[in-house]
Design a protein around this ligand. Sequence first.
Ligand SMILES: [Zn+2]
Length: 467
Amino acid sequence: MQAVPAELRRLNPLITPAAAALWRAIQEHPHAPRWNYRTGDWISARDLEALETFRQKVLAPRRRQSTTAPPTKLIQELASVTPRVEWLRQRLPEDVDLEAQWQDLPCMTREDLATDMGSILPDDADLEKVAIYETSGTTGHRLPVPNSARGASSYAVLLELAMQRHGVEPKFSESGVGCFLIGAQQRTVTYATVHAVWSNSGFAKLNLRAGDWPTAESPGRFLEAFDAPVLCGDPVAFDALLTMKPRLHPQAMISTAVSLPPVVQRRLVSTFGCPVIDTYSLNETGLVAYTCPEGVFHLLPPDIHVETLDVAGHAVAQGERGEVAVSGFRNPYLPLLRYRTGDFARLDHGVCGCGDPAPRLLDLEGRAPVLFRAADGSVVNTVDLSQAFRSFPLVQHRFVQHADRSCYAFVRVVAGARGFDEHALTAELRRYLGSVSLSVEVVDKIERGAGDKVVAYESELRLGQEG
Ligand SMILES: [Zn+2]
């Protein structure tokens, strides 16, 4: 067996010769996509040890939470991180009783992360190891956030728990692919690597868009060749998979962006014959909840505290709807104190038929997947449209597609920005949408939807309907 090249060992410090051979088999497969990125898991022996400790905590028997108060452990973590975080130092009085006055503690918002990340980053954060992660959400205005390699791999450990609740425990090994992360976008990074957290099994981030592959049959042939036990993807990608119908035998399919439309979920279950698990996660918070076999969202990680808040930042009464807020200190670069997600739900401590005692998020209303189609019927991902909008000096945008595929873009231009060119934006959008009827309108104010959020994308088209 060939020795492991130094570059590969730099990206994957714990890679073995067998895992390197597996990586090569994925990377150089005749039907492999044209990879456009190289990265690894960056996991060291110490990281792996810490992840094993985290795994034991995550997979330990779950206890019923009878109270909505934050756990003592979380209060201790907040007390220990506060002296090192400017944002917290400024806002938490020195004599504050974190436990007793929790309901009066300030809430972090998206705005804070977007404009004041410098004061949220702990003073002593090790910036040598920071990486910027973007997960595959389905809506626009995503916030790229810093995380550590260890933090990124903890995602996999949490997925183990979600799968275990569905009776699935895949056996990962360095002789095969463990997981494919599937997207269907015009442009996105694609790469192959191995994941130490899952026994150095193979991993690849794929894009089903036809142009990225040697032949039209290649996506299906490649997926079939490695037949990964775990398939992660967003609803748009899974919908594309249903059209392709590759012969695969996944043990679990995990939708990475709330919410998977029931019609798509049913078709996935009947086509691939495995549990299809929806997840609720944000780039900022990581995984928050998963759907149990009863189809209800349960809180997933044991080390975050989730509340549902009113406008003033106080917990709403039991059973009432409120804004989901997350506190947690796992990410060494992003301590979150009562972070308002902009998503709404009812937090429920009742008993669920699935047997998971973790609280449930009922009627979770997050970022529904939005489907757009180009003039030729092909699916257009909001991520691509966001890229188009981002290349112009815009504060906000709202993009709407009607059932007849006609499109309307409302844009608010940055105050004082010169040279905004509607025609250039129209041309950029047409790269994805083709010759649909398209109008771009500059407006002073964009109307707000539920929860006082600007809804960036809206479509009358639905996933699961034929193009
Ligand atoms: Zn349940």
